[in-house]
Write a protein that binds this ligand. Structure first.
Ligand code: URA
Length: 436
Protein backbone atom coordinates (compact mmCIF):
# COMPACT_ATOMS: atom_id res chain seq x y z
CA UNK A 1 0.00 0.00 0.00
CA UNK A 2 1.49 3.32 -1.11
CA UNK A 3 -0.30 6.21 0.66
CA UNK A 4 0.19 8.73 -2.14
CA UNK A 5 -1.27 6.24 -4.62
CA UNK A 6 -4.42 5.83 -2.48
CA UNK A 7 -4.76 9.64 -2.27
CA UNK A 8 -4.13 9.91 -6.02
CA UNK A 9 -6.83 7.33 -6.83
CA UNK A 10 -9.35 9.18 -4.70
CA UNK A 11 -8.28 12.49 -6.23
CA UNK A 12 -9.20 11.00 -9.62
CA UNK A 13 -12.56 9.90 -8.20
CA UNK A 14 -11.80 6.17 -8.47
CA UNK A 15 -13.17 3.55 -6.07
CA UNK A 16 -10.64 2.01 -3.73
CA UNK A 17 -10.09 -1.66 -3.17
CA UNK A 18 -11.46 -2.67 0.27
CA UNK A 19 -8.19 -4.24 1.45
CA UNK A 20 -6.07 -1.29 0.27
CA UNK A 21 -8.38 1.22 1.94
CA UNK A 22 -8.31 -0.72 5.20
CA UNK A 23 -4.50 -0.91 5.08
CA UNK A 24 -4.27 2.84 4.47
CA UNK A 25 -6.60 3.62 7.40
CA UNK A 26 -4.85 1.16 9.72
CA UNK A 27 -1.48 2.65 8.74
CA UNK A 28 -2.76 6.10 9.75
CA UNK A 29 -3.99 4.70 13.06
CA UNK A 30 -0.57 3.15 13.67
CA UNK A 31 1.29 6.37 12.77
CA UNK A 32 2.63 5.24 9.39
CA UNK A 33 0.48 7.69 7.42
CA UNK A 34 0.82 11.33 8.45
CA UNK A 35 -1.86 13.90 9.33
CA UNK A 36 -1.04 15.87 6.18
CA UNK A 37 -1.49 12.80 3.99
CA UNK A 38 -4.76 11.98 5.72
CA UNK A 39 -5.93 15.59 5.31
CA UNK A 40 -5.34 15.35 1.56
CA UNK A 41 -7.22 12.05 1.48
CA UNK A 42 -10.16 13.49 3.42
CA UNK A 43 -10.36 16.46 1.05
CA UNK A 44 -10.38 14.08 -1.92
CA UNK A 45 -13.24 12.15 -0.28
CA UNK A 46 -15.13 15.41 0.32
CA UNK A 47 -14.78 16.31 -3.34
CA UNK A 48 -15.26 12.90 -4.95
CA UNK A 49 -17.27 10.85 -2.44
CA UNK A 50 -17.13 7.15 -1.62
CA UNK A 51 -19.31 4.27 -2.75
CA UNK A 52 -21.27 2.12 -0.28
CA UNK A 53 -18.52 -0.51 0.08
CA UNK A 54 -15.87 2.16 0.81
CA UNK A 55 -18.17 3.90 3.31
CA UNK A 56 -18.84 0.62 5.10
CA UNK A 57 -15.11 -0.20 5.16
CA UNK A 58 -14.31 3.21 6.64
CA UNK A 59 -17.01 2.76 9.29
CA UNK A 60 -15.90 -0.78 10.11
CA UNK A 61 -12.19 0.12 10.32
CA UNK A 62 -13.09 2.92 12.75
CA UNK A 63 -15.23 0.51 14.77
CA UNK A 64 -12.53 -2.18 14.89
CA UNK A 65 -9.89 0.38 15.94
CA UNK A 66 -11.22 0.29 19.53
CA UNK A 67 -13.32 -1.58 22.05
CA UNK A 68 -17.01 -2.35 21.80
CA UNK A 69 -19.44 -2.06 24.67
CA UNK A 70 -22.01 -4.81 25.30
CA UNK A 71 -24.94 -4.93 27.71
CA UNK A 72 -25.89 -8.62 28.13
CA UNK A 73 -27.25 -7.86 31.62
CA UNK A 74 -29.88 -5.44 30.24
CA UNK A 75 -33.23 -6.22 28.62
CA UNK A 76 -32.69 -7.29 24.99
CA UNK A 77 -33.58 -4.46 22.60
CA UNK A 78 -33.87 -1.75 25.27
CA UNK A 79 -30.55 -0.06 24.52
CA UNK A 80 -30.93 2.90 22.20
CA UNK A 81 -29.53 6.31 21.42
CA UNK A 82 -30.03 9.45 19.33
CA UNK A 83 -27.40 11.30 17.36
CA UNK A 84 -27.56 14.52 15.41
CA UNK A 85 -25.55 15.38 12.32
CA UNK A 86 -24.95 18.78 13.93
CA UNK A 87 -26.64 22.15 14.11
CA UNK A 88 -26.91 25.49 15.88
CA UNK A 89 -28.82 25.66 19.15
CA UNK A 90 -29.19 21.88 19.02
CA UNK A 91 -29.53 20.90 22.66
CA UNK A 92 -32.10 18.11 22.30
CA UNK A 93 -29.78 15.46 23.82
CA UNK A 94 -30.29 16.99 27.27
CA UNK A 95 -34.06 16.58 26.95
CA UNK A 96 -34.06 13.28 25.11
CA UNK A 97 -31.95 11.56 27.80
CA UNK A 98 -34.48 12.10 30.63
CA UNK A 99 -37.48 11.64 28.31
CA UNK A 100 -36.28 8.24 27.09
CA UNK A 101 -34.78 7.01 30.37
CA UNK A 102 -38.12 7.71 32.07
CA UNK A 103 -39.74 5.37 29.51
CA UNK A 104 -37.31 2.55 30.25
CA UNK A 105 -34.88 3.05 27.36
CA UNK A 106 -31.25 2.47 28.36
CA UNK A 107 -29.08 5.18 26.86
CA UNK A 108 -25.27 5.08 26.89
CA UNK A 109 -25.22 8.33 24.88
CA UNK A 110 -21.87 9.03 23.29
CA UNK A 111 -21.58 12.63 22.22
CA UNK A 112 -18.95 14.84 20.63
CA UNK A 113 -17.41 18.25 20.93
CA UNK A 114 -18.18 21.11 18.56
CA UNK A 115 -17.43 20.31 14.95
CA UNK A 116 -16.91 22.99 12.28
CA UNK A 117 -19.44 25.75 12.85
CA UNK A 118 -21.73 23.51 14.95
CA UNK A 119 -21.83 23.01 18.71
CA UNK A 120 -21.16 19.79 20.62
CA UNK A 121 -23.01 18.23 23.54
CA UNK A 122 -19.81 17.52 25.50
CA UNK A 123 -18.72 21.18 25.25
CA UNK A 124 -22.15 22.21 26.48
CA UNK A 125 -22.14 20.00 29.58
CA UNK A 126 -18.54 21.05 30.29
CA UNK A 127 -19.84 24.58 30.93
CA UNK A 128 -20.22 23.14 34.42
CA UNK A 129 -17.12 22.20 36.38
CA UNK A 130 -16.22 18.70 37.52
CA UNK A 131 -18.09 16.84 34.77
CA UNK A 132 -16.93 13.29 34.20
CA UNK A 133 -17.74 12.02 30.69
CA UNK A 134 -14.98 9.45 30.34
CA UNK A 135 -15.56 6.41 32.47
CA UNK A 136 -14.40 2.80 32.46
CA UNK A 137 -16.62 -0.10 31.49
CA UNK A 138 -17.37 -1.09 35.09
CA UNK A 139 -18.68 2.40 35.95
CA UNK A 140 -20.64 2.62 32.67
CA UNK A 141 -22.41 -0.65 33.47
CA UNK A 142 -23.19 0.51 37.00
CA UNK A 143 -24.65 3.80 35.72
CA UNK A 144 -26.72 2.03 33.07
CA UNK A 145 -28.27 -0.19 35.72
CA UNK A 146 -28.71 2.42 38.43
CA UNK A 147 -29.61 5.56 36.43
CA UNK A 148 -30.57 4.12 33.04
CA UNK A 149 -28.15 6.20 31.01
CA UNK A 150 -25.26 8.61 30.82
CA UNK A 151 -23.47 11.07 28.61
CA UNK A 152 -20.12 9.79 27.43
CA UNK A 153 -17.37 11.67 25.65
CA UNK A 154 -15.53 9.69 23.04
CA UNK A 155 -12.43 8.21 24.58
CA UNK A 156 -9.34 6.80 22.96
CA UNK A 157 -10.86 3.38 23.60
CA UNK A 158 -14.06 3.70 21.54
CA UNK A 159 -13.56 4.17 17.78
CA UNK A 160 -10.22 5.96 18.32
CA UNK A 161 -9.69 6.22 14.58
CA UNK A 162 -12.86 8.32 14.34
CA UNK A 163 -11.66 10.39 17.29
CA UNK A 164 -8.50 11.37 15.41
CA UNK A 165 -10.24 11.91 12.09
CA UNK A 166 -13.02 13.96 13.74
CA UNK A 167 -10.44 16.42 15.08
CA UNK A 168 -8.56 16.51 11.79
CA UNK A 169 -11.75 17.13 9.78
CA UNK A 170 -12.76 19.88 12.19
CA UNK A 171 -9.72 21.99 11.30
CA UNK A 172 -9.28 21.08 7.61
CA UNK A 173 -12.77 21.98 6.30
CA UNK A 174 -13.47 18.31 5.58
CA UNK A 175 -16.60 17.76 7.65
CA UNK A 176 -19.20 18.11 4.87
CA UNK A 177 -19.17 14.67 3.30
CA UNK A 178 -21.88 12.02 3.39
CA UNK A 179 -19.52 9.00 3.69
CA UNK A 180 -17.33 10.71 6.31
CA UNK A 181 -20.29 11.73 8.46
CA UNK A 182 -21.92 8.30 8.07
CA UNK A 183 -18.80 6.39 9.08
CA UNK A 184 -18.01 8.76 11.93
CA UNK A 185 -21.43 8.58 13.55
CA UNK A 186 -22.17 4.93 12.99
CA UNK A 187 -18.77 3.63 14.13
CA UNK A 188 -19.29 5.28 17.55
CA UNK A 189 -22.90 4.23 17.79
CA UNK A 190 -22.26 0.60 16.87
CA UNK A 191 -19.37 0.54 19.36
CA UNK A 192 -21.83 1.65 22.06
CA UNK A 193 -23.58 -1.71 21.76
CA UNK A 194 -26.94 -0.26 20.68
CA UNK A 195 -29.85 -2.04 19.06
CA UNK A 196 -31.70 1.14 17.97
CA UNK A 197 -30.61 4.58 16.84
CA UNK A 198 -32.64 7.68 15.99
CA UNK A 199 -30.73 10.11 13.82
CA UNK A 200 -31.57 13.79 13.66
CA UNK A 201 -30.41 14.64 10.13
CA UNK A 202 -30.27 18.41 9.93
CA UNK A 203 -30.76 20.19 6.64
CA UNK A 204 -30.72 23.89 5.74
CA UNK A 205 -28.30 26.79 6.04
CA UNK A 206 -26.81 25.69 9.37
CA UNK A 207 -26.38 22.01 8.51
CA UNK A 208 -23.47 20.07 7.05
CA UNK A 209 -25.97 18.54 4.64
CA UNK A 210 -27.47 21.84 3.54
CA UNK A 211 -29.62 20.48 0.69
CA UNK A 212 -32.61 18.27 1.49
CA UNK A 213 -31.52 15.84 -1.24
CA UNK A 214 -28.14 15.40 0.54
CA UNK A 215 -29.87 14.79 3.88
CA UNK A 216 -32.14 12.20 2.24
CA UNK A 217 -29.19 10.46 0.59
CA UNK A 218 -27.33 10.44 3.91
CA UNK A 219 -30.36 8.93 5.69
CA UNK A 220 -30.63 6.11 3.16
CA UNK A 221 -26.92 5.25 3.39
CA UNK A 222 -26.90 5.48 7.19
CA UNK A 223 -29.84 3.06 7.38
CA UNK A 224 -28.15 0.64 5.00
CA UNK A 225 -24.79 0.74 6.81
CA UNK A 226 -26.65 0.28 10.12
CA UNK A 227 -28.63 -2.65 8.75
CA UNK A 228 -25.49 -4.45 7.59
CA UNK A 229 -23.96 -3.95 11.05
CA UNK A 230 -27.11 -5.05 12.93
CA UNK A 231 -28.21 -1.57 14.04
CA UNK A 232 -31.81 -0.44 13.49
CA UNK A 233 -31.64 3.21 12.30
CA UNK A 234 -34.50 5.72 11.82
CA UNK A 235 -33.71 9.16 10.45
CA UNK A 236 -35.70 12.37 10.87
CA UNK A 237 -34.82 15.03 8.30
CA UNK A 238 -35.11 18.23 10.35
CA UNK A 239 -35.02 21.95 9.72
CA UNK A 240 -31.80 23.92 10.28
CA UNK A 241 -32.79 27.02 8.31
CA UNK A 242 -33.00 28.75 11.66
CA UNK A 243 -31.36 27.85 14.97
CA UNK A 244 -33.25 25.52 17.24
CA UNK A 245 -34.81 27.35 20.17
CA UNK A 246 -33.87 30.78 21.49
CA UNK A 247 -30.31 30.23 22.70
CA UNK A 248 -27.17 29.05 20.88
CA UNK A 249 -23.74 28.50 22.43
CA UNK A 250 -22.80 26.29 25.34
CA UNK A 251 -23.96 27.37 28.83
CA UNK A 252 -26.78 29.43 27.28
CA UNK A 253 -28.17 26.23 25.78
CA UNK A 254 -28.17 24.52 29.17
CA UNK A 255 -30.16 27.50 30.47
CA UNK A 256 -32.78 26.87 27.76
CA UNK A 257 -32.94 23.19 28.70
CA UNK A 258 -33.55 24.13 32.33
CA UNK A 259 -36.38 26.49 31.31
CA UNK A 260 -38.07 23.68 29.38
CA UNK A 261 -37.60 21.03 32.05
CA UNK A 262 -38.93 23.46 34.64
CA UNK A 263 -42.14 23.51 32.60
CA UNK A 264 -41.71 26.76 30.66
CA UNK A 265 -42.28 25.08 27.27
CA UNK A 266 -43.27 28.43 25.72
CA UNK A 267 -39.64 29.55 26.11
CA UNK A 268 -38.62 27.38 23.12
CA UNK A 269 -41.51 25.18 21.90
CA UNK A 270 -39.52 24.04 18.84
CA UNK A 271 -36.73 22.59 21.01
CA UNK A 272 -39.28 20.81 23.19
CA UNK A 273 -41.37 19.45 20.30
CA UNK A 274 -38.37 18.13 18.36
CA UNK A 275 -36.99 16.44 21.48
CA UNK A 276 -40.41 14.91 22.13
CA UNK A 277 -40.76 13.57 18.56
CA UNK A 278 -37.25 12.07 18.50
CA UNK A 279 -37.70 10.56 21.97
CA UNK A 280 -41.10 9.06 21.17
CA UNK A 281 -39.69 7.45 18.03
CA UNK A 282 -36.77 5.93 19.95
CA UNK A 283 -39.03 4.67 22.73
CA UNK A 284 -41.26 3.01 20.15
CA UNK A 285 -38.28 1.39 18.40
CA UNK A 286 -37.13 -0.05 21.75
CA UNK A 287 -40.67 -0.92 22.92
CA UNK A 288 -42.61 -1.79 19.72
CA UNK A 289 -45.77 -2.72 21.66
CA UNK A 290 -46.32 0.89 22.67
CA UNK A 291 -48.40 3.36 20.68
CA UNK A 292 -46.67 6.54 19.47
CA UNK A 293 -49.42 8.96 20.58
CA UNK A 294 -49.62 7.33 24.00
CA UNK A 295 -45.82 7.65 24.37
CA UNK A 296 -45.95 11.36 23.48
CA UNK A 297 -48.76 11.98 25.93
CA UNK A 298 -46.89 10.18 28.70
CA UNK A 299 -43.74 12.19 27.98
CA UNK A 300 -45.65 15.49 28.16
CA UNK A 301 -47.25 14.47 31.46
CA UNK A 302 -43.88 13.54 32.93
CA UNK A 303 -42.35 16.89 31.91
CA UNK A 304 -45.29 18.68 33.55
CA UNK A 305 -44.91 16.69 36.75
CA UNK A 306 -41.18 17.53 37.01
CA UNK A 307 -40.08 13.90 36.55
CA UNK A 308 -37.77 14.78 33.65
CA UNK A 309 -36.14 17.64 35.56
CA UNK A 310 -35.50 15.28 38.45
CA UNK A 311 -34.01 12.66 36.10
CA UNK A 312 -31.83 15.32 34.41
CA UNK A 313 -30.50 16.52 37.79
CA UNK A 314 -29.80 12.95 38.84
CA UNK A 315 -27.91 12.32 35.58
CA UNK A 316 -25.86 15.48 35.94
CA UNK A 317 -25.11 14.93 39.63
CA UNK A 318 -24.08 11.37 38.83
CA UNK A 319 -21.56 12.72 36.32
CA UNK A 320 -19.93 15.00 38.85
CA UNK A 321 -21.88 18.24 38.34
CA UNK A 322 -22.52 20.29 41.45
CA UNK A 323 -26.26 20.91 41.60
CA UNK A 324 -25.57 24.18 43.41
CA UNK A 325 -23.58 25.30 40.36
CA UNK A 326 -26.37 24.13 38.06
CA UNK A 327 -28.89 26.13 40.08
CA UNK A 328 -26.69 29.21 39.75
CA UNK A 329 -26.25 28.87 35.98
CA UNK A 330 -28.93 31.34 34.89
CA UNK A 331 -27.77 33.92 37.42
CA UNK A 332 -24.15 33.57 36.26
CA UNK A 333 -25.23 34.05 32.64
CA UNK A 334 -27.17 37.20 33.51
CA UNK A 335 -23.90 38.80 34.69
CA UNK A 336 -22.13 38.47 31.32
CA UNK A 337 -21.61 41.48 29.07
CA UNK A 338 -24.32 41.60 26.40
CA UNK A 339 -24.92 43.56 23.24
CA UNK A 340 -28.05 43.49 21.09
CA UNK A 341 -28.01 42.77 17.36
CA UNK A 342 -30.31 45.51 16.11
CA UNK A 343 -32.77 45.28 13.20
CA UNK A 344 -31.87 47.86 10.56
CA UNK A 345 -35.40 47.84 9.12
CA UNK A 346 -38.87 46.62 10.05
CA UNK A 347 -40.43 43.37 8.87
CA UNK A 348 -40.94 39.70 9.67
CA UNK A 349 -38.05 37.28 10.18
CA UNK A 350 -37.78 35.39 6.89
CA UNK A 351 -34.69 33.29 7.63
CA UNK A 352 -31.37 33.21 9.43
CA UNK A 353 -28.12 32.29 7.74
CA UNK A 354 -27.72 29.75 10.51
CA UNK A 355 -24.13 28.84 9.62
CA UNK A 356 -23.20 32.50 10.26
CA UNK A 357 -24.62 32.26 13.76
CA UNK A 358 -22.33 29.29 14.41
CA UNK A 359 -19.37 31.21 13.00
CA UNK A 360 -20.23 34.20 15.20
CA UNK A 361 -20.17 31.93 18.28
CA UNK A 362 -16.78 30.63 17.09
CA UNK A 363 -15.55 34.23 16.72
CA UNK A 364 -16.67 34.96 20.29
CA UNK A 365 -14.49 32.06 21.49
CA UNK A 366 -17.35 29.59 22.02
CA UNK A 367 -15.87 27.05 19.58
CA UNK A 368 -12.48 25.88 18.36
CA UNK A 369 -10.48 27.20 15.42
CA UNK A 370 -7.62 24.78 16.16
CA UNK A 371 -7.72 21.25 17.54
CA UNK A 372 -7.51 21.04 21.36
CA UNK A 373 -8.03 24.80 21.80
CA UNK A 374 -9.85 25.71 25.00
CA UNK A 375 -13.20 27.45 24.58
CA UNK A 376 -15.21 30.03 26.47
CA UNK A 377 -18.36 28.15 27.50
CA UNK A 378 -20.23 31.27 28.60
CA UNK A 379 -20.39 33.30 25.38
CA UNK A 380 -23.26 32.81 22.94
CA UNK A 381 -26.51 34.10 21.50
CA UNK A 382 -29.79 34.43 23.37
CA UNK A 383 -33.31 35.74 22.72
CA UNK A 384 -32.98 34.78 19.04
CA UNK A 385 -36.07 35.89 17.13
CA UNK A 386 -37.81 33.08 15.28
CA UNK A 387 -38.96 32.88 11.66
CA UNK A 388 -42.36 34.59 11.30
CA UNK A 389 -41.88 36.94 14.27
CA UNK A 390 -42.25 40.66 13.65
CA UNK A 391 -39.51 43.20 14.45
CA UNK A 392 -39.43 46.96 14.10
CA UNK A 393 -36.38 48.95 13.06
CA UNK A 394 -34.16 49.43 16.12
CA UNK A 395 -35.50 46.35 17.96
CA UNK A 396 -33.38 43.37 19.00
CA UNK A 397 -32.88 40.38 16.68
CA UNK A 398 -30.82 38.54 19.29
CA UNK A 399 -28.57 39.27 22.26
CA UNK A 400 -24.85 38.54 22.08
CA UNK A 401 -23.15 37.46 25.31
CA UNK A 402 -19.43 38.14 25.08
CA UNK A 403 -16.26 38.36 27.11
CA UNK A 404 -13.99 40.80 25.27
CA UNK A 405 -14.56 43.67 22.88
CA UNK A 406 -12.12 42.41 20.21
CA UNK A 407 -14.07 39.18 19.65
CA UNK A 408 -17.36 41.06 19.81
CA UNK A 409 -16.39 43.21 16.79
CA UNK A 410 -15.73 40.12 14.63
CA UNK A 411 -18.94 38.44 15.75
CA UNK A 412 -21.10 41.52 15.13
CA UNK A 413 -19.64 41.83 11.64
CA UNK A 414 -20.62 38.24 10.84
CA UNK A 415 -24.05 38.69 12.41
CA UNK A 416 -24.78 41.95 10.60
CA UNK A 417 -25.87 40.12 7.43
CA UNK A 418 -27.19 36.92 9.05
CA UNK A 419 -30.89 37.74 9.29
CA UNK A 420 -33.28 38.31 6.37
CA UNK A 421 -36.53 40.19 6.88
CA UNK A 422 -39.55 40.24 4.60
CA UNK A 423 -42.59 42.47 4.43
CA UNK A 424 -44.98 39.49 4.61
CA UNK A 425 -45.20 37.11 7.58
CA UNK A 426 -43.54 33.76 6.83
CA UNK A 427 -44.63 30.47 8.33
CA UNK A 428 -41.77 28.61 9.95
CA UNK A 429 -40.69 25.44 8.11
CA UNK A 430 -41.85 22.16 9.69
CA UNK A 431 -39.49 20.92 12.40
CA UNK A 432 -39.41 17.49 10.77
CA UNK A 433 -39.58 17.32 6.98
CA UNK A 434 -39.90 13.53 6.87
CA UNK A 435 -38.86 10.26 8.48
CA UNK A 436 -36.67 7.86 6.51
N1 URA B 1 -21.28 14.03 14.26
C1 URA B 1 -20.29 13.11 14.26
O1 URA B 1 -20.11 12.40 15.23
N2 URA B 1 -19.51 13.00 13.19
C2 URA B 1 -19.68 13.76 12.08
O2 URA B 1 -18.95 13.60 11.14
C3 URA B 1 -20.71 14.73 12.08
C4 URA B 1 -21.51 14.85 13.19
Amino acid sequence: MIPTEIIHQKKLGKSLDTKELRKFLDAYHEGDVTDYQMSAFLMAVCLNGMNFEETYTLMDTMLQSGNKLAWPELEEGAVGDKHSTGGIGDKTSFLILPMCISEGVKMPMMAGRGLGHTGGTIDKIESLSGVQTRVGEHTAKKWMQEIGGMLLGQSTEIAPLDYRLYHLRDVTATVESIPLITASILSKKIAEGLKHLVMDVKTGSGAFLAKTSEAQEFAKIAKEVGLRAGLNVSCAITNMDEPLGRNAGNAVELAEVLELLEGNIGFAPDTYELSLELSAKLVQMCKPDRNLDEIKQTIRTKTDSGEHLECFRKLFANQGVSLVELDQLKEKLSKLKQKPLIAQSSGFIESWNTRSLGLAILALGGGRKKADESIDHWVGLTEIKKVGEEVHKGETLCMVSYRDDATLGDAMKILSTSCSLSSAKQSPKPLIHEWI
